[in-house]
Design a protein around this ligand. Structure first.
Ligand SMILES: [Zn+2]
Length: 302
């Protein structure tokens, strides 16, 4: 695919070689260039990956596609919405279906979309109605949903404009898209750059901020009804570990990369002190719009 010379979303000039990133989880030889829009702030992989390369970015051991003990308990504490409207909820990129199952239990009629076949199998074993594919090929007909949830999904999408147009069509009149995604304007990204845990190259193709999310809405018949940034001392600690063990520039040979990534996995620091130290800083940064994650609610433009 050709390299873009302007912003993927708004067409404004870009900082071409904003940073070079490496896969910090699964060793591979490729380097990935990211550009940054000078206007809306979108950070994106440039050139964009080819669609046929995406599946290779997610090895079997990619954790969101695996069943883990305690998964439900951990996730059930957050991102649970109270039933309303006609109680219809769609989760795009539902992984192994923990949140869908929880919503089902509290009265939602739930559907899911998930691209990973192994994760889909787990969903089906749980009795969940999940389409294995993308939102674009999901057989949803003229169904409408009160909530369409994207939990750390949009940063992975190669075609966010098409997906959001489709999501907009699937919203009930008072329906909302609720999404969580890494924040390109975060203090952690500014500090750790290529070693920022949330960059997660090559799986994260687009890193949005408030400005670029608005750009995405402008192109897809949506508007932002609410937006805030959330702190995460966990992302700071993970980024600190990556930088400490792997450095900003990961070694060039595959063998060296394997060794570095293995050693950082072996010596993962669980520093309560670091998280305690960072806690007030993270809380203040989130209030100022520089938290590690964005949480936004989107509605259809009337
Ligand atoms: Zn832009």
């Amino acid at each position: 695919m050709n390299k873009l010379s302007q912003c993927y979303l708004c067409g404004a000039p870009i900082i071409d070689n904003f940073l070079t990133a490496y896969d910090r989880q699964f060793p591979r030889v490729e380097d990935y260039n990211y550009s940054k829009c000078r206007s809306c702030g979108l950070v994106f992989m440039n050139p964009l990956p080819l669609p046929e390369h995406l599946a290779g970015f997610y090895p079997g051991e990619y954790s969101p596609h695996q069943e883990k003990p305690g998964d439900m308990k951990r996730k059930s504490k957050r991102n649970i919405f109270s039933p309303h409207g006609s109680n219809r909820l769609l989760e795009v990129g539902c992984g192994i279906g923990s949140l869908l199952q929880r919503h089902n239990e509290i009265g939602w009629k739930v559907k899911g979309v998930e691209i990973n076949p192994a994760a889909c199998e787990i969903c089906r074993a749980r009795g969940l109605d999940v389409h294995c594919g993308t939102l674009l090929d999901a057989p949803l007909g003229d169904e409408k949903f009160d909530v369409i949830f994207f939990n750390h999904v949009i940063e992975h999408l190669l075609d966010p404009v098409a997906i959001f147009k489709k999501a907009s069509e699937l919203l009930a009149p008072e329906g909302r898209i609720i999404l969580l995604t890494p924040n390109s304007g975060s203090m952690g990204f500014g500090r750790y750059r290529s070693a920022w845990y949330h960059l997660d190259a090559p799986r994260h193709i687009f890193i949005y901020g408030a400005g670029s999310l608005k750009g995405l809405c402008d192109r897809t018949g949506l508007k932002i009804a609410g937006i805030r940034t959330l702190p995460s001392t966990r992302i700071w600690l993970q980024s600190e570990n990556i930088e400490r063990m792997q450095g900003q520039t990961l070694a060039n040979s595959l063998e060296e990369r394997k060794k570095l990534i293995r050693s950082s996995a072996d010596t993962k620091k669980k520093s309560h002190f670091f998280r305690l130290l960072m806690s007030p800083v993270c809380a203040i940064s989130a209030r100022l719009g520089a938290g590690e994650n964005l949480r936004a609610e989107l509605v259809k433009t009337k």
